[in-house]
Design a protein around this ligand. Sequence first.
Ligand code: SF4
Length: 379
Amino acid sequence: MNQANILSSSPVGLLPITPENDPWDPIRSLRRYGEHRLTSVELTVTQLCNMRCEHCAVGETLALTEGPRIPLAAILRRLDEVEGLETISITGGEPSYREDTVRDYIVPILRYARERGVRSQINSNVTLDLSRYESMAPYLDVMHISFNYMNADDFHQVGFVRTDRSVSRDTAAKLYERMVDNTKSLARGGMFVSAESMINFRTHKKLPGIHRLIDEMGCRRHEVHPMYPSAFASNLPVLSLEETREAMHGLLDQRNPDLWMLFGTLPFYACSGNKEDQELVLRLRDEPNLTVRNDPDGRNRLNVNLFTGDVYVTDFSDVPSLGNIHHDTLEQVFARWKQHPLNGTVQCHCPAAGCCGPNLLVADTYYKGVDFLKRAAVV
Ligand code: SF4
């Protein structure tokens, strides 16, 4: 296994990304400005992917071919206009699927972010050539990968379910090994690799083992999010709140307390009247090196499709486009979202609990009809 060739230049004047400093958490700007502001932009740079995971949150939009993107200069101009921009996330598809996307869009956008003092993240399956990820390394803050597997068989079982062609176990195993090798190489070279696992019907009993592998690969953070029924995942079984709680406790019992764990899009809140929920919320607060991120979607972030210019509240929501960068600034679109009736339904905030409300999809899955604006933290 190689050690990745990473010449990571440290960003000057920026606090390191740590459990105490997570620039993606919308509660930071809410505390600073007293209202949600646009501080985060997510760019969908491709709809191509070499995989078709059964749970893919953007599965319905994946394509086999794609047309030209909006010129880079026009995109950077729109980013320039976002005064309070703190983070840029690059997503797909698999962003590194084509080498020219990496060269002509991803690296220049990462370089732009670094020069502006804006933090960057890319969401990748890291199954392609290591050199593609190495070329991003000097400017990238967080390499975000998905990791939901104990072995190549798990990977084969979920990674190609939605392909038209059949993918052999051997082919999948080679990709799995490359993903693991790439992750180890990038981590050894100094890259901040954050591996995300879902809590779902396949993983909920395997999470401690998955956590161990993530730790062994050298990842700096393990992100854990329950899976919600969106896109390809719409027809997959949803875990009950009891099963999700149990899976979280099982993972917490066996985790490495030195590895940063970040939980997100959780369905458990400090305003719950349920004793088990309250106990879990309190346990999460007490764990070392553990953070619960408030959901950026619909709070401080917008998603831009670099082909159409359409702007969404998230990359996977059913909320239709709220504007287009051909004729709207991102701030104008954000102002439109703030007036949107859906936005109003989850805009609660309990400062002492560090909570700014549920994700829309979470509220819809587990709390239909609950008015969070009438609730308040009790722990
Ligand atoms: S902010 Fe909303 S979801 Fe969070 S504890 Fe308060 S009422 Fe509950």
